[in-house]
Design a protein around this ligand. Structure first.
Ligand code: TYD
Ligand code: MG
Length: 463
């Protein structure tokens, strides 16, 4: 029987299927299935003889922390967990135009300036274009080795010949092409095989490998998601091109903490580090507006204050809209339901729009209380206290629950000049009495109705 020589692979999630379909059954993406040639596999292991023995070792050994090569960009180093790790691979994903090439060229130049051998291989831009960018970024004098290439065999040979690389940047993995694979660059098969080759090179040559990967909705280019399990760290570059802020977030890191973020600002001279993101996110806040509350959040180990904005508008049609930007869209209906049934608010015939100002994406349940405050403020048409920050998780019975690291949130609020904080009732654990930072007045609440009653003193009778 003739064996089929091709199969159909979803370019978004990498799932294979024997026939073409308009929608991937594994991930639900539309128009992402592309025919790819099957590369013949070597026969079963039995034919090539018995395998070699694998050496087993004890679990207890001297496991030293991996050596680090700081990039010199503090925000990037923080997300990496202290710097690049030799013989490891990092994937930097993000929408096209978000600033991946800019950041990596800046980082590569910084590392090159410390005297290490750095190779920047661009498959997307010509040497001239990269040079122009470097000039704009003010890094054109860095001793960095630049090449425009896509053929992986050539790249591998050149890197092996160079020998002493400390950092290799591949921009982007979707442009790389391995001639042994019979599919176009950017397909899952090519992206996987090229990455595998490059990662092997990095392990052998003990250099840090950074792969750039585009995330697009367009099925023509393989989503870097298929690579996530192959690399040691995955960083996503988030942000809105309409905003100046860019957030680099670690979603996987074998050598450090995840959920750590780095905040950058896109300027006309490249990406500038933002050492104090709270000040930036609150810069355009106007006091005494209804529907606005400041959330004292935590991103990784770092406290970040952001403004939560809510806008309500009556919708008598019966199918109100609920729309969120920067917050979990599934949590909003829950919170509205809690406010209705436990807080006595009437919100079911109102459109609700919720926005996290500045383009940050908040995923912590601790934001519930700030969101609730913004909603109640909008609903009652009374501004929240502009001098107050909010944090706390809200449960289905309306209880306000403890969240992690209240102390660092409060410290950040005090640092930015806030005078008050509303938070869950704190339980002193053992002797560890919790003292608020100087100058910060705490309002501890246990139930959502405590929040509602601050806006409508007679809410119990009036609703
Ligand atoms: P780029 O790094 O090319 O994005 P990616 O590699 O993720 O596709 O970033 C391109 C955008 O950044 C582009 O819209 C122009 C803008 N930019 C600046 O605003 N300032 C700069 O100094 C540079 C180099 C780019
Ligand atoms: Mg680019």
């Amino acid at each position: 029987m003739a064996k089929s020589t091709s199969r159909f692979v979803c370019q978004s999630c990498g799932a294979g299927s024997p026939k073409w379909g308009g929608r991937c059954e594994a991930c639900g993406e539309w128009n992402s299935i592309v025919e790819e040639a099957i590369t013949p596999r070597p026969g079963p292991a039995a034919k090539v003889g018995v395998g070699k023995r694998v050496a087993f070792v004890d679990l207890a050994g001297n496991a030293e922390p991996p050596p680090r090569c700081p990039t010199g960009i503090a925000e990037l180093d923080r997300v990496l967990g202290g710097g690049l790790v030799p013989a490891s691979a990092v994937l930097v994903g993000g929408d096209p135009g978000i600033g991946k090439s800019t950041l990596l060229l800046q980082a590569a130049a910084c590392v090159a300036r410390t005297g290490r051998a750095v190779f920047y291989i661009s498959g997307e831009e010509s040497i001239e274009q990269t040079r122009m960018r470097a000039r704009r970024l003010g890094v054109h004098d860095a001793p960095l080795q630049l090449a425009a290439a896509i053929n992986l065999r050539d790249i591998a040979a050149s890197l092996q010949a160079a020998g002493d690389a400390a950092l290799v940047v591949i921009d982007s993995i979707q442009t790389m092409w391995l001639d042994a694979i019979d599919s176009a660059p950017g397909t899952v098969a090519q992206v996987r095989a090229s990455s595998f080759e490059l990662i092997q090179l990095a392990k052998a040559g003990k250099f840090a490998l950074v792969l750039v990967g585009h995330v697009t909705k367009d099925g023509a280019i393989a989503g870097p998601r298929v690579l996530e399990h192959m690399v040691d760290a995955v960083l996503y570059f988030e942000g809105d091109r309409g905003h100046q802020f860019r957030i680099l977030r670690a979603v996987k890191n074998r050598f450090g903490a995840t959920d750590e973020i780095g905040v950058f600002e896109m300027t006309d001279r490249g990406l500038a580090e933002v050492a104090n993101p709270s000040a930036l996110f609150l810069a355009e806040r106007r006091g005494n507006v209804t529907g606005s509350a400041v959330f004292a959040g935590l991103e990784g180990t770092r406290p970040v204050l952001v403004e939560v904005q809510a806008l309500l508008s009556p919708n008598p049609s019966g199918t109100p809209r609920r729309s969120t930007i920067g917050w979990d869209g599934g949590r909003l209906p829950m919170l509205l339901a809690v406010l209705e049934s436990r807080g006595g608010m009437r919100l079911s015939a109102t459109d609700v729009y919720l926005n996290i100002a500045g383009g940050l994406r908040v995923s912590e349940p601790a934001a519930d209380l700030a969101v609730a405050a913004a909603l109640v403020s909008a609903a009652t048409d009374q501004p929240t206290n502009a001098d107050m920050v909010y944090f706390g998780e809200i449960g289905l019975s309306g209880e306000v629950r403890q969240v992690a690291q209240a102390d660092s949130r409060l410290k950040e609020a005090a640092k930015l000049g806030f005078g008050q904080a509303m938070l869950p009732r704190r339980v002193a654990r053992g002797n560890r009495a919790v003292a608020p930072p100087d100058g910060l007045e705490l309002t501890e609440i246990g139930h959502i109705s405590d929040l509602v009653s601050r806006f409508t003193p007679n809410s119990a009778d009036s609703t």
